[in-house]
Design a protein around this ligand. Structure first.
Ligand code: GUN
Ligand code: ZN
Length: 441
């Protein structure tokens, strides 16, 4: 901590760190906590973590200490699958996937050729994410390159680790939302050259899903990924039974839905498949073997009526794979990652598995970071990681206060927050060590 130009900031409160993996060891044992802890941040990077009283005297003169005693200091939540242009159609009534896309989503996305419209929507999306303790996200824009430029521009103003891409879609969509295999490739390439690795931004090549891309477009997407190592891929798979039947019609020569992406070189480390609810054994195996990840989108799966993701099989099956937690806004019904954890718990319950709170918080932090292969940068409170941090007020409503007075231990307190908490529980949000949200008093 020598060299005076450094900015040193310390957060004091009940600090939680994942010192292990709650899916491979006793869940409680995976969390290390300091009830009066300190997180020291130097120039946006976590410098040290420990017991406050042991560390405060070593802080350099001028270090700012922010006092969150009585509150939880958690790794920032990472939403590994969201659609920023869909914030305006969140909570749209009465449809399932394909009808929902045609009736609500495509008309909304058609407006994003207008850069000013997109900039405004990006700002709304980012602020709502920060209000919910989301510090990083993997985001679908629309088919218009302007929509991706807008999100990257606004996210870079907060120095946020954003992962995003322009959607590729060259069929089965309105005229206003179609590119071509060549234009999609060219526009994506240009965006990669401008934004990938600029500050904390990363580019994700984003074919929407197999039904809205021709084989030529999926092929071009695979080529583009190969040409740009370090970029990511995001798409949807196996969300809805009618969608799966449609993919079978459109791509009859492939063994299954995931097999289409496999054929076009779109699986591997850094590829994140949204949903993955109705996977067969072959699909699970190829996902696992290739290091591909799945974004679990619980509130979307219940809201659009898609099905119940098998979080137990994903972790404890013969061939486990990386799983993160996601809002899937605006198919998802909430920006709150606490509410998203609650629905993940409820879905698991409906399948006969009780997701442990340590596992739920892990999915929302380290798990999501691992889907993006960014666990060495974000998702935990460890020295050397980027200081993306969320402060949770464990007493945010009268009911939570009442319930918390009966909580026996940390695990129960965390569970109460994820079942009863929402945006009101988010006290403050830090991105790269800077406060981007403070709950009004
Ligand atoms: N499948 C293809 N596009 C979408 C989308 O925008 N949302 C969801 N939930 N599923 C999709
Ligand atoms: Zn989605």
């Amino acid at each position: 901590m020598t060299g005076s130009p450094s900015t040193v900031r310390a957060l004091r409160g009940h600090v939680l760190q994942f010192s292990g993996d709650p899916f491979t060891e006793a869940p409680e044992a995976a969390i290390t906590d300091w009830s009066d802890g300190l997180v020291v941040i130097v120039d946006g990077i976590i410098h040290s973590v420990g017991q406050a009283e042991d560390m405060i005297s070593a802080l350099p003169e001028g270090a700012v200490i922010e006092d969150y005693r009585g509150k939880f200091i958690l790794p920032g939540f990472i939403d590994c699958h969201a659609h920023y242009p869909q914030s305006e159609v969140i909570s749209s009534y009465g449809t399932q996937l394909i009808e929902w896309l045609n009736k609500y989503t495509f008309p909304a996305e058609s407006k994003f050729h207008d850069k000013d419209y997109a900039l405004n929507a990006a700002e709304v999306y980012l602020n709502e994410s920060f209000r919910n303790g989301i510090t990083s996200a993997s985001v679908y824009c629309t088919v218009h390159p302007e929509s991706a430029e807008a999100l990257f521009e606004r996210a870079s103003a907060y120095d946020m680790r954003i992962v995003a891409g322009k959607v590729l879609m060259d069929r089965h969509a309105p005229d206003t939302l179609r590119d071509t295999a060549q234009k999609g490739y060219d526009d994506s390439k240009k965006l990669i050259e401008t934004w990938h690795g600029k500050g904390r931004a990363l580019y994700s090549i984003t074919p929407r899903f197999a039904p809205t891309s021709t084989p030529e477009q999926l092929e071009a997407a695979g080529v583009l990924w190969k040409e740009h190592p370090g970029t990511l891929v995001q798409t949807h798979t196996s969300e809805n039974l009618k969608e799966i039947a449609w993919v079978k019609e459109l791509y009859p020569e492939h063994p299954d839905y995931v097999g289409v992406y496999e054929h076009y070189g779109l699986l591997g480390k850094g590829s994140v498949l949204g949903h993955g609810i109705h996977l067969n054994d072959r699909e699970r195996a190829i996902i696992s073997e290739t290091g591909t990840a799945v974004a679990h989108c619980p509130t979307s799966n219940t809201f659009i009526g898609s099905g119940l993701f098998d979080v137990e099989e994903a972790h404890f099956g013969k061939l486990p794979f990386r799983v993160g937690l996601a809002t899937d806004v605006g198919g998802g019904s909430s920006f709150s990652m606490l509410s998203t954890m609650r629905t993940a718990y409820e879905i698991a319950q409906l399948r006969g598995y009780s997701l442990h709170p340590a596992q739920a918080y892990y999915l929302a932090t380290v798990g999501s970071a691992k889907t993006l292969y960014l666990e060495d940068k974000i998702g935990n409170i460890l020295p050397g990681l980027e200081a993306d941090i969320t402060i949770v007020d464990p007493q945010s409503t009268p009911l939570i206060q009442h319930r918390m007075s009966y909580a026996n231990d940390l695990t129960e307190a965390l569970f109460i927050q994820m079942i009863l908490g929402d945006d009101r529980a988010i006290e403050a949000t830090y991105v790269g060590g800077k406060k981007v949200y403070q709950k009004p008093s």
